[in-house]
Design a protein around this ligand. Structure first.
Ligand SMILES: [Zn+2]
Length: 470
């Protein structure tokens, strides 16, 4: 299905595309990633300042408040700091990280260790009363998006619980160690874990480093005991939501996460993870896309813009929004989520990341063709990106969603991407840099905008038969 004849979409979108201002994207990123914003940790005062900033920007762009109190929707969360031990056949396992669950402050579970593969349906052994050892991630044989979905530990926990397991031990694989070194996981545990207060994990979870994973995997049938102590607190953080009404209440939803890691390296010279790329860029793009839609003389459908909190703590703000939507669920026709634009090289291609699961793909292809962008397969499927950002929660409630990505767009982009992942991603160095190319950011904003303009009229996107969300 071609949505509009060639050229027509571009003509229709021209006033919106012309409204996109690269310097505005740069300025938004620069403000949100300033040290004064202290890395926008979920639930911090700095995050609340960022919420107010986005709300006032939405107001200035003419968006209607679409939260629960003006533009804001408060998300109720629980944070826990846990310590734990794993004892196997009487000996304490050394390199283990135990996640809290906001449950009882002190408890012990015991059981026999059982190997449960990747924790997928159909491969679970009898687990009644057992501690399940589960490989992190999902089989490499699956296509990119399916593999990303299958890697969700939340889903694995539900299956393990249903199969009778009493705890989960996550085994690190060499592939995971390469992508997420143990030191990075340790850093993620520094500020504890956070959960949606209404959706706490069903089982305690312990993570093993690569060495211990290899060792314990060989020892199913051993007696294991997991001891967990934790201190928990309730807190709130805000989603920011604005609406541009159209003729129809059917709504296209753009989202991006506003939060980042906050003070991530306490006691060091530069303790702040500023989150310029991750994800001030996404917020800046969403605001520019809103400016574009506001410039259109006519909108058949409505467009909602959401800055969500708690993404870095486990997609918590978007999970809350889809459970407490401020627009009726059946009115949301598509979600386009923006996470981590890297404005370091001209954009020549797009990776679908979820769009291929629904007829959203046709709209992306139409927009890409108009803007002369190639559609390419995901060059880094092992990153499991589809399951790692907020579009997943929209897909889970049946809204066709995608997190389009600029790909490598050539060797220069590949080098820039690799440099970012190893030297700045989730580190204090993810800052606004003078060398960044904001015209590249504007290119991505125009692409996302044109996809949305294509969605303003015509049939609603629907899942394809092979989609796991049908
Ligand atoms: Zn992140």
């Amino acid at each position: 299905m071609l949505v509009l004849v060639a050229g027509a979409l571009l003509d229709r979108g021209r006033p919106a595309l012309d409204a996109v201002r690269p310097e505005s994207i740069s300025a938004t990123v620069r403000f949100l990633s300033d040290d004064l914003l202290e890395g926008r940790g979920t639930g911090t005062r700095a995050h609340a300042i960022a919420e107010k900033y986005v709300a006032t920007r939405m107001q200035a762009l003419g968006l209607r408040p679409a939260g629960e109190a003006g533009y804001l929707q408060q998300v109720k969360l629980c944070e826990t700091r846990a310590q734990g031990q794993l004892i196997v056949d009487g000996a304490e396992v050394k390199d283990v990280l135990v996640a809290g669950d906001c449950g009882a402050p002190d408890r012990t579970v015991e059981g026999e260790l059982a190997f449960a593969g990747y924790g997928q349906a159909g491969e679970l052994p009898e687990l009644r009363g057992k501690i399940a050892m589960v490989l992190a991630g999902a089989p490499a044989s699956l296509p990119s998006t399916q593999r990303a979905l299958a890697s969700s530990n939340e889903d694995k926990l539900k299956r393990l619980r249903a199969a009778g397991a009493v705890a989960e031990v996550v085994l690190t694989t060499p592939e995971l160690e390469a992508r997420r070194p143990w030191a990075l996981l340790q850093r993620n545990f520094v500020n504890g874990q956070a959960y949606d207060a209404d959706d706490l994990p069903p089982l305690p979870v312990a993570y093993l480093d690569l060495g211990e994973s290899d060792r314990l995997r060989q020892r199913p049938g051993s007696r294991a005991r997991l001891h967990l102590t934790q201190t928990s607190r309730s807190f709130e953080s805000g989603n920011v939501i604005g609406l541009l009404p159209g003729d129809s209440p059917e709504t296209i939803v753009y989202s991006a996460h506003l939060d980042h890691l906050g003070i991530c390296a306490p006691g060091t010279r530069d303790p702040i993870c500023n989150g310029a790329i991750d994800n001030a860029t996404g917020i800046a793009e969403v605001l520019e896309i809103a400016r574009g839609f506001a410039a259109l003389p006519k909108r058949e459908r409505s467009v909602l813009f959401i800055a969500v909190t708690g993404e870095e703590r486990g997609l918590l703000g978007s999970a809350w929004f889809v459970r407490h939507p401020t627009v009726k669920r059946e009115r949301m026709i598509a979600n386009l989520n923006l996470d981590q634009l890297l404005p370091a090289y001209p954009v020549g291609e797009l990776v679908l990341r979820g769009a291929e699961l629904s007829t959203l793909e046709d709209h992306v292809r139409a927009a890409a063709a108009e803007l002369e962008l190639a559609i390419v397969p995901d060059p880094v499927p092992e990153q499991n990106f589809f399951a790692r950002s907020d579009q997943l929660n929209f897909a889970r409630i049946g809204v066709p969603s995608a997190c389009l990505w600029q790909g490598f767009s050539g060797p220069r982009g590949e080098a820039a991407f690799k440099d970012f992942r190893s030297n700045r991603y989730h580190q204090p160095g993810d800052e606004w840099l003078p060398a960044y190319d904001w015209e590249a950011a504007a290119q991505m904003a125009r692409a996302e905008l044109l996809v949305g303009i294509s969605l303003l009229s015509g049939p609603r996107p629907r899942w394809k038969p092979q989609s796991p969300f049908r």
